[in-house]
Design a protein around this ligand. Sequence first.
Ligand code: 13P
Length: 258
Amino acid sequence: MTQTNRKPFVGGNWKMNTDAAAASSLIDAVIGSLNTDSVDVAVYPPFVYLREIAAKASGANILVGAQDCWHEGNGAFTGEISTDMLKDCSVSTVLTGHSERRHVIGESDELVNLKTKAAIAAGLIAVLCVGETLDQRDDGQTDAVNETQIRAGLAGVSKESLGLVVIAYEPVWAIGTGKTATPEDAQNAHRTIRELIASMYDQQASDAMRIIYGGSMKPGNASELMAMPDIDGGLIGGAALKAADFHAIIDAGVSQTA
Ligand code: 13P
């Protein structure tokens, strides 16, 4: 285990990839050789495949998650998916504020906060994604951007609810680009985020918070990233579409707990 017994969390964000057949064989392959309970493993398939993936995953030691949700209850919100619908599909976790939703779709900090609170209220694990763009990084704004997104994302979230929160630090410039933050740079950002959680809540909440890294994590760099004291796992995009790579990253998490 890590110094403070945080259980590693490794999520596979499939984004807008796969078709029904590919999603089905990918989950079969992921479940097939998964034999750990020392890491929380989650997959985030596209909405339309959730029900089938969850049926296959039931009984396996794997969480099934959604890539987004809407924050209101069922009603007139064309095109959106409620947390009740997600739970009806046996979903137990949801991503909020992924950088593609912030920067491509245009979600605001306020909307991300509403979604995060709705996920928590529904009993879902909210993986709140934060991170700076390349311009912001070059401007020395990494910590300030993370702070703004976390303070806004967690506004109104009580300390008692934090057990349902994971923070994913995903520098936008590292997502899908093959560029990874160095372990030291990522560790610095994670440590600053952990200090922020201590100042927003308290030391106990900070020690318990899982902060995971995302952005071109792959088998070749997962171990050195997860070996950092404040990096508690990963949120994986491209490498999660290959079961063997995803397994290798999960194994890197397992080895941190040995
Ligand atoms: P890549 O691993 O493809 O860089 O994607 C990371 C990500 O955005 C996970 O949510």
